[in-house]
Design a protein around this ligand. Sequence first.
Ligand code: GLN
Length: 271
Amino acid sequence: MANQELELTIGWLYPTLMSTYGDRGNVIVIERRAQWRGYSVRIQALDQNATAEDIKSVDVIVGGGAQDRQQEIVMRDLQGAKADAMREKLDSGTPGVFTCGSPQLLGHYYEPGLGKRIEGLGILDMVSVHPGDDVKRCIGNLVIEVTASRLAKELKEILGGATPYLVGFENHGGRTRVNTQGGKVEVLGKVIYGLGNNGEDGTEGAFYQNAIATYSHGPLLPKNPFVADWLIQTALRLKYQQPFALKPLEDKLAMKARETMFNRLKVDLAT
Ligand code: GLN
C-alpha cells in the first residue's frame, strides 16, 4: 500500500480544556512527522462533543495538562461508555502521550490543593496529591533517562544505540506516586535533572502498555522527535498488523538543541 493510503487518526483529549504550557505542540509534531512520510492524518477531538465510538476510532492519543478546575470538568465528562472506551484503548496497547494533568486523571485519583478528590479512570496504578499552595510547585527544566524496559529498548533502536534521555520542562503542584509492585505499570524513567513525579523518589512518569505518562510538557515531542516516531510506528503497526520502519527525517537541529540543553544542565548539576 502507498503511504498516502495509510491513515493515522490522532485523538486529542479535550483540546480546549487540556492544553497548558504548549502541549498542543505534541499533536502538531505527530501530525507533521506522519505527513512528511506521506501518511494521511486526521485529528479527532476527544472532548465533550465526542462519543465512545470516536474514542474507539483513534490510533494514537494525546492528552495535555490542565489546571485543577478544568481537570474536574473533564472527569465529569469522561464517564460511562467514554471511560470504558479509554480503558479499552489503553489496555489493548493504543499508543499515547499524556502530560501532567492527563496522567493524573488516568491514575486512581488526583487530590487538588483546594476542593474534593477527583476520581480518575484507574488505568494507571498511581495516585497524585497536591500538597496545597503553601508548598512550592515543581517548576523547571527536566531531564530523564527512559528506563521503562521495552520503551527504552525501542527508543534506543530508533536512536541507533544511544541512551534514550528526554529533555523537557515541568510545572505541576501535584505529587505522583506510581505503584510498580502490581507489575502493571512501570515508571517512565529516572530523573537526571529536575523533580519528576514527586521530587523524592527520583522517578518520572509512568509507562503502561504503549501509553507514556509524563510531567514533561508539550515541547516533549518537538524536543525529542524520536518519541513521536515511536508513537507513529507503534500506532501503524497495531492498526495495519505489520512492521513499520519510518523513513528517517532531517533532525539535526532538534537533536543539537536537545544535546545543548542537556549539556548546559549537566554543568548546572556539577556546580
Ligand atoms: N493541576 C495539576 C497540578 O498542578 C496539573 C498541572 C498541569 O497540567 N500543568 O499538578
